[in-house]
Design a protein around this ligand. Structure first.
Ligand SMILES: [Zn+2]
Length: 211
């Protein structure tokens, strides 16, 4: 059994989405001064590796504390889209899953490896097309995820569609390349139980039994 850590380290120089608040890590107490060490952390809900709850875009959508906790774990697969320039279509997903002989279904997670978190950094990354989002939602997946700052761009039709269908969205994942070619690993990415939260930072992992 192998565990792959899919989360960024939380720090002040962590990249944030344009317009989002920067992360602050402030030493609240130090061993030399107070006898113990503790920090104060100020960060946006969408900083670093995080999961979006329906309320992020959907009027009366569930906030992160109200989404059932079992929604944040399930079987996962990574689709390699590092060769895609702009949009990932439903057809591409279908073909890539076919290569892995994988049938996704209710409760699954589909992750997209763009390479942004490693070699593609500071370049454009591909996003999901609306038809791809429709296909994934109709399969009943629990969630989708990407190793880039967002699953789509303005006007955020994919965010609206997925969150409107109760599909949660993981962004800024890392190390998805370590899962390429694997399907059916166990994914776990629990959010903090933030009252009224639109999202939450997560410690996401994959538990790989074989492959
Ligand atoms: Zn987000």
């Amino acid at each position: 059994m192998r565990i792959v850590d899919l989360s960024m380290t939380i720090s002040e120089d962590m990249r944030v989405y344009p317009g989002d608040p920067r992360t602050i890590v402030y030493t609240w107490a130090s061993r030399s001064l107070h006898g113990y060490y503790a920090n104060l952390i100020v960060m946006g809900e969408h900083a670093g590796t995080h999961v979006d709850a329906p309320a992020h875009f959907v009027e009366d959508g569930e906030t992160v504390d109200l989404v059932p906790v079992e929604k944040f774990m399930g079987k996962g697969v990574v689709v390699d889209v590092s060769w895609v320039d702009d949009e990932v279509s439903g057809e591409i997903i279908h073909r890539e899953l076919g290569k892995l002989s994988t049938r996704i279904g209710v409760g699954w997670f589909v992750f997209f490896y763009t390479g942004y978190s490693s070699e593609r950094m500071n370049r454009d990354y591909p996003v999901l097309s609306v038809d791809a989002a429709q296909m994934l939602a109709s399969r009943g997946v629990n969630g989708v995820g990407i190793d880039a700052p967002s699953i789509d761009h303005e006007p955020y039709r994919v965010h609206r569609l997925l969150l409107g269908r109760g599909v949660v969205i993981y962004e800024n994942l890392v190390n998805l390349d370590e899962l390429l070619g694997c399907a059916g690993f166990m994914f776990v990415g629990f959010p903090l139980k933030i009252s009224g939260g639109s999202a939450s930072p997560v410690r996401a992992i994959a538990v790989v039994e074989e492959c």
